[in-house]
Ligand binder design. Sequence first.
Ligand code: KG4
Ligand code: ZN
Length: 336
Amino acid sequence: MNKDVYILGIETSCDDTAAAVLKNNKVLSNVVSSQKIHEIFGGVVPELASREHDRLIVPVVNKAIQESKIPMKKIDGIAYTRGPGLLGSLLVGTSFAKSMALSLNIPLLEVNHMHAHILSIFIDDNPKKPNFPFIALTVSGGHTQLVLVNSPSEFIEIGSTLDDAAGEAFDKSGKLMNLEYPAGPKIDQLAKKGNPKRFKFSKPKVKGLNFSFSGLKTNFKNFINNNTIEFIAENSADICASLQNTIIEILIEKIKIAKQEYNIKDFVVCGGVSANSFLREKLNDLGKTDEITAFVPKINYSTDNAAMIAMNGFLKFKKSSYGNLSDYSISKYPVS
Ligand code: KG4
Ligand code: ZN
């Protein structure tokens, strides 16, 4: 019988300080401290994010270890986010993980944040898992990509955004409506009571598997500027529902094109925007209309978290694919 493996995961790529302990692919603890300090600025302030990680990393890791009820000496490896992300933020997690691996004399496992989003689907309490090869749509605040995943270590980018990410389309539009940062979850909430067909916003004419959201952003900005504050406040549910519908239609259309081009039916949709309830509904419909099976991680594993980092670390540990103490943070770590 294989020995159980305990991995501590550390995530500090953006504005969430997170740590988790996994026993094989089972989550024993998953602690996320989302930095509130950025709210008043309407976006993440990199310098403040690094300082917050520095302040929070010790208590967050301690909490994850305590909640896992696993003594430190049982931890077999330390997985950390090497990139992509904000360099100052990554440095905190990277240095912390290196020191801990060094002091415990256990392997260090370097993890690409985008791979971890994709592989989070293999955490044991997700209800269903895809078969390789599958296609992943990663939709977060910084990324919108289509990735062909041949194995847990072979990722090929087949499409990406030419400008803004899907999460940015939510957040920047929400900012124009004076919604708090990050606006994605608030738009999701407000849209529940709105009519998604009431307003028409522009969709990009980008062929193939690439995305673009900058035209929609400009179109939405003009719409806000051309209407009164009262009108926007009174119709916020319909505005949010229509905006959300446009963003989701853009994503769903690309999934359909990817299915045709690659003749692959299994799609993993991950990253913060995959928490969107309307997107989840539309992905479900794809099973009925287009023979596409969509796999979406549980919400806790969709937005930034360290369980996904530990999951990827566990897969690397099993293959003895260890990192080095000389590895350094990579802010633009490519997916393939
Ligand atoms: O993956 P993530 O937590 O962090 C990054 O790596 O960027 O993604 C954050 C993004 C933000 O843009 C946020 O507005 C968006 O995910 N988001 C949502 C929802 N929950 C988070 N967007 C739409 N609907 C949601 N329910
Ligand atoms: Zn992320």
